[in-house]
Write a protein that binds this ligand. Structure first.
Ligand SMILES: Nc1ncnc2c1ncn2[C@@H]1O[C@H](COP(=O)(O)OP(=O)(O)OP(=O)(O)O)[C@@H](O)[C@H]1O
Ligand SMILES: [Mg+2]
Length: 218
């Protein structure tokens, strides 16, 4: 198993948002996470990515316990093995499109940075805009850059929180097609938080978060 969560509990004050979540994700598997607003989808995604810690339960990533990992180790895992994509893109405005894609590789001091970034810019159809600033790009273009950046380090896991929530239908569909084909090509698993049944269709499995627990769909 790539990712195994058992009995995950998360509380904010006296309020229990996640009341015992079990989830297992296999390498390369795509899982959609659906559920009403405020049910805890982003909370769960943050836990899976080591951006926050559960109050109870166990969470292992490639056999390593994230609930017990030190902050520096969590940061390392996020740089090397976990790519994240957000609703509002979060590109770095002072870096060009190409530099945004290269950044994770620079942090890791990987060899062949130019070539890897160029290949991904090509794959997301943005090679001709590689020297553009984020402010010069449309939402759909920014999100395609964010997909390339999330994949740059060849992570084992991609986490996407409503990646099409801020895009028109056509741009959203283009981003979903890329997420699907590139996660497949790169062998990355994907956990996709979405409100959209269309978006969920790119996944192998759909799970619904309700009342603090995950339910499979028939
Ligand atoms: N840092 C926090 N402190 C207190 N409460 C929080 C915090 N983060 C989230 N919550 C609460 O936890 C609940 C779940 O939030 P979360 O953002 O995970 O929901 P969501 O399913 O992602 O919703 P949406 O679909 O609107 O994005 C919400 O009621 C929210 O107000
Ligand atoms: Mg959310």
């Amino acid at each position: 198993m790539l990712l195994q969560a058992r009995g995950i509990v998360k509380r904010y004050g006296t309020r229990t948002v996640l009341g015992g979540v079990d989830l297992a994700v296999r390498p390369g598997e795509r899982v959609a996470l659906l559920g009403p607003s405020g049910c805890g989808k982003s909370t769960l995604l943050n836990l899976l990515g080591g951006m926050d810690r559960p109050d109870a339960g166990s969470l292992s990533f490639q056999g390593e316990d994230l609930a017990l990992a030190r902050p520096a180790r969590l940061a390392e895992l996020r740089r090397e093995k976990i790519g994240t994509i957000f609703q509002f893109f979060h590109l770095i405005p002072s870096l060009t499109a190409r530099e945004n894609v290269e950044l994770p590789l620079r942090l890791l001091r990987r060899p062949g940075i130019r070539g890897r970034a160029q290949g991904l810019l090509d794959a997301v159809g943005m090679a001709s805009r590689s020297e553009a600033w984020p402010a010069e790009l449309s939402g759909g273009e920014m999100q395609r850059i964010a997909v390339a950046r999330a994949l740059a380090a060849a992570p084992a896991l991609l986490l996407a929180d409503e990646p099409t929530g801020n895009l028109d239908r056509e741009s959203g569909e283009a981003v979903l097609a890329l997420l699907s084909s590139l996660s497949e090509r790169e062998g990355a698993a994907l956990v996709l938080v979405t409100h959209s049944e269309t978006a969920a269709a790119i996944c192998h499995r759909r799970l619904r978060l309700f009342d603090g627990r995950l339910q499979g769909e028939p």
